[in-house]
Design a binder for this molecule. Sequence first.
Ligand code: DAH
Length: 357
Amino acid sequence: MQDLREKYIDLIANAGDEAALEELRVAAVGKKGEISLKMRELGKMSPEERQVAGPALNALKDEINAALAAKKAALADVALEERLKTEWLDVTLPGRPMRRGTIHPVSQVMDEITAIFADLGFSVAEGPQIDSDWYNFDALNIPSHHPARAEMDTFYMARAEGDDRPPHVLRTHTSPVQIRHMEKHGAPCRIIAPGRVYRADYDQTHTPMFHQVEGLAIDREISMANLKWLLEEFFAAFFEVDGIRTRFRASHFPFTEPSAEVDIQCSWVDGQLKIGEGDDWLEVLGSGMVHPKVLQAAGVDPDQWQGFAFGMGIDRIAMLKYGIPDLRAFFDSDLRWLRHYGFAALDVPTTAAGLSR
Ligand code: DAH
């Protein structure tokens, strides 16, 4: 036993790597290892012999196992030392700027809009981009043969042969979120619904996918006056100017009565557009008092509740705010454009800390 002990302790101490160590483990305490074979001989011994040899063999086995484990840890330490020597990094070297992704102006502006309206007590609602034509049209008081349907250049989803249900559509506006929200949560409510919308249109100022934000406020005594105040607060905050005038022009939308198109105050000096000053006007959104039929379609009693809604193009106000000349570039995924107009990922806009700073 003493010979075995000296032999293996010595061999383990001199093992050069983990593979050699594993061979030693098998030779000593593996199933057919020398120490294991010795343990099998215990059966042939007299009880007196066994009483002495048993504990001694067990102690030897424990000692060998402990030596194997200690050597294994030591070998791992050496290997780590070796790696650290080759994989070092001189942190005193000057830093190199790392290429980072940027936040797209549309995402930035959506975050800004959300921050402003959140301060004004609005929460964010969402709806599907593929919607039924009931949500996109009928519920918004646009029946089947209404001319507004044709004007919207709708993308229709394909139907299976023989399926004569009305096809789903890519939503042409964010207004269907009004219906979905009221259906689920009832009145009163105050929400905005930013998101993607789709129309079959493509030229310098139109892309087949673009972004809108819908606003909806329903309560018992809400009026157009509240809408005007809200929009003026919003535009002053969004364009980061002290104050701004709005102009309401009578208009027509099937889902509002009365309806108004809203312009914001601006000036053109030497081809430079300035928002929030001057005597010119820029059209920015459609709005009105929610039509009783729309409330009804969403399960809200129009004898009890009323309110306003508005819909605004996000891409356009992003272009206005950040001086971006071409809408189509928004969706080209051109890295140079994204780096130029993009925003730092951690500059989360808040009304307290500044929206675009
Ligand atoms: N849905 C309209 C569109 O896409 C925009 C709109 C106008 C939304 C008036 C409204 C509204 O909520 O009241 O052209």
